[in-house]
Design a protein around this ligand. Structure first.
Ligand code: BEZ
Length: 304
């Protein structure tokens, strides 16, 4: 006796007819009747009252029906729990550039976790070059970063161009320009950028941005990371250029002022292996767009 025989039997009892049960099971009636006869032979018992219309199980047939229903339910439960446990064991490791932690990364990943409850998600902070190496070596499955690094094995999906801001102590003259400042107003100041290493980096991108406008900051300090740059700006040591989302980092007397030049933006990329078309990547991208929609952030939806 196999589980399918029990399913056939249960369908006949519930439909009270071989014809209707055969339709429900998408099989022809003669093989269904044969399977039920085989079952009766195997059990050595009549399971249906002969000649009853509608078809009725015998007393022992009804007992067999109740046991069959329990067994099938338990088999279905066993299958679904096993499948779920199997999925839980899948892990997705996501790399990210440190500064993204201050922006939408936590919200995107939290939403992604809700949408993939059986997926184990691990986050690892990495610089831009490490992200590319880790993707190629299969140590991570996707990463979020800002730096344009080309590699034939890697695909960069542009999520958005995030506006830049300048972080400045409230006592500084530029802090009063709430509407925004131009790069040419910053260039003579002590400019704090990050990170120091490795190249290419956000600091290199910012130097490139100044030179796009024919400007070169003379008094420039590149520090290890965004926390240090913002902390120094809050201490009045200089001005720090950061993506808009960094304004979630609040220091007393630190003001964030928009940079008005058109190209004063920093890209945010989802970076994946070229040949990766997995459902999880699609779902991660969807989570990003859902957060953008909630935050009314402008973006061009990329087809994946
Ligand atoms: C964003 O700021 O656009 C962003 C940050 C991390 C992950 C996805 C998007």
């Amino acid at each position: 006796m196999e589980l399918r025989h029990l399913r056939y039997f249960v369908a006949v009892v519930e439909e009270q007819s071989f014809t209707k049960a055969a339709e429900k099971l998408f099989i022809a009636q003669p093989p269904l009747s044969r399977q039920i006869q085989n079952l009766e032979t195997e059990m050595g018992a009549l399971l249906f009252e002969r000649g009853s219309r509608p078809l009725k199980p015998t007393a022992v047939g009804y007992f067999f029906y109740q046991q069959a229903v329990k067994l099938l339910a338990s088999a279905d439960q066993m299958k679904s729990i096993t499948m779920r446990e199997g999925i839980i064991k899948k892990t997705m490791t996501i790399g990210f550039g440190g500064s993204l932690l201050y922006g939408l990364l936590p919200r995107v990943v939290y939403l992604f976790r809700q949408q993939q409850p059986y997926l184990k998600i691990k986050l690892v902070q990495m610089n831009a070059m490490e992200q590319i190496d880790a993707l190629k070596e299969g140590r991570i499955d996707a990463s979020f970063g800002r730096v344009r690094i080309s590699d034939p094995a890697i695909k960069r999906i542009l999520l958005r161009e995030e506006p830049l801001m300048v972080a400045v102590h409230s006592s500084h003259a530029l802090a009063a320009k709430k509407q925004g400042v131009k790069l040419e107003e910053i260039v003579e100041e002590h400019v704090l950028l990050y990170p120091k290493l490795p190249k290419p980096s956000f600091s290199a991108q910012m130097k490139g941005l100044f030179s796009e406008y024919g400007l070169e900051p003379k008094n420039l300090t590149v520090v290890d990371d965004i926390q240090l740059a913002l902390g120094l700006a809050a201490a009045g040591e200089g001005l720090c250029i950061v993506p808009e989302s960094a304004k979630t980092v609040q220091f007393k007397h630190l003001n964030y002022i928009p940079i008005l030049d058109d190209d004063a933006v920093s890209p945010v990329f989802l970076i994946i292996r070229n040949a990766d078309h997995s459902e999880y990547i699609r779902s991660l991208l969807d989570s990003v767009y859902q957060v953008y929609d909630l935050e009314a952030i402008k973006y061009d939806r990329q087809i994946f």
